[in-house]
Design a protein. Structure first.
Length: 390
């Protein structure tokens, strides 16, 4: 039985979610594969030395920046991180090669950026001929050396035409650039359960018929949610705080006036899709996962693009404009007018959003199956591997 390793880490949350979604779908499809999720942090630091010295995991630095909303300067920090990874390349390759030699995968699938050269080189050293695949969990690459390493024998699976064109322009072989339809979403976002939105809204204290916004800034929330709630006193809101209980407490403690619309503050929940189905539109950062989830469930989006927007997410705002899926603001100080615009033209926005297809979580296993089947001959004759157009 072929063994497929899905490599992820906890920076953000989309990488872990993509690995879990792929595993769930592959198992449900009955594919004759052994699926293993590989946390890169645990492989590189098996004794938790970083945590014992600093009191936190390496990803916590990034995640705390997201939660605070202080993301200015991340582009420069990314360059520094990439320089450090390059400096430690030899050590990383040696450690990863020992892991591959011990675990013997038949395919390695990376769902993370920045470390793909080390992952590729270590696999080639330890198990020559085993295919290495990178699945972009971003809508676009942020070159250089973020997702795509053009001089490697690396398969890349891209969820947008823009990312696929980036890969080709960077010099990747056409036969190794594959196209999925959108970003990987958990299977529940593709389901159509029986759902009484009016009843569910009433159950949690929201207005049955008043347009309601869902505010989401990833799994750690963001302090900008307080500003959004303050700017929208007359709009019913579902405020998703993730694991940030301190933020949830502050939002619940916000002063209320007699005429204010109801608000529901939600802590950590695995069922984001349930809450999205209660809403009419989405407000948040232009992350590839949350944008795709909202659009999949029919919600027009309101996002910002400014100096605080993370560099790897800036192109996503171009996608919003191109698709007509919502509004891109300079600041959430403008959110009141944006909500009015969305509500006034809700039917048109919903029609455009409904036309955006996403089947990535089902496309990717099919692409991996073809790569795995051809892996023996593909490394000798890469032109024989036909590009996926699913």
């Amino acid at each position: 039985m072929p063994c497929i390793d899905l490599v992820w880490f906890n920076a953000g949350g989309g990488h872990r979610a993509a690995a879990q979604a792929l595993e769930q779908v592959m198992v449900a499809q009955g594919r004759p594969w052994q699926i293993r999720k590989v946390n890169l942090t645990e492989v590189l630091d098996p004794t938790n030395l970083f945590r014992r010295v600093t009191g936190m995991d390496p990803e916590d630095v990034y995640n705390r920046r997201l939660a605070s909303g202080f993301t200015l300067g991340l582009a420069q920090e990314l360059k520094l991180l990439q320089s450090l990874i390059r400096l430690g390349h030899t050590v990383l390759v040696q450690r990863l090669a020992r892991h591959w030699q011990a675990t013997r995968p038949d395919m390695v699938v990376s769902l993370i950026p920045n470390f793909n050269r080390a992952l590729h080189d270590s696999l080639a050293q330890a198990l020559p001929g085993v295919p290495f695949v990178t699945v972009l969990t971003d809508m676009a690459d942020h070159p250089p050396n973020f997702w795509i390493e053009p001089d490697l024998r690396q398969h890349v699976i891209c969820g947008t035409d823009h990312a696929a064109q980036q890969a080709l322009r960077s010099g990747c072989e056409a036969s190794r650039v594959h196209r999925s339809r959108g970003m990987i979403l958990r299977p529940e976002f593709h389901m159509r359960p029986a759902f009484d939105r009016v009843a569910e809204r009433c159950r949690v204290g929201l207005d049955a018929d008043t347009p309601t916004g869902l505010v989401l800034f990833g799994g750690t929330g963001s302090r900008v949610m307080k500003r959004i709630a303050t700017e929208l006193p007359g709009t019913p809101l579902i405020l998703m705080c993730g694991r940030n209980e301190a933020l949830a407490a502050r939002l619940r403690a916000l002063p209320r006036s007699a005429g204010d619309a109801p608000r529901v503050v939600v802590g950590y929940t695995p069922d984001v899709a349930h809450w999205m189905r209660m809403a009419d539109f989405f407000i948040g950062k232009p992350g590839p996962g949350s944008l795709s989830e909202a659009v999949q469930l029919g919600l027009p989006v309101i996002v910002t693009r400014n100096a605080w927007t993370m560099p790897q997410e800036r192109w996503n705002t171009d996608w919003v404009r191109q698709q007509g899926a919502g509004l891109v603001l300079r600041s959430f100080h403008e959110v009141g007018g944006a909500v009015g615009e969305i509500i006034a033209h809700m039917a048109a926005y919903r029609e455009r959003v409904a036309g955006i297809a996403n089947h990535a979580v089902f496309d990717v296993p099919q692409i991996l199956e073809r790569i795995l089947a051809l892996s023996g001959s593909a490394l000798r004759q890469p032109q024989d591997l036909v590009e996926s157009s699913d």
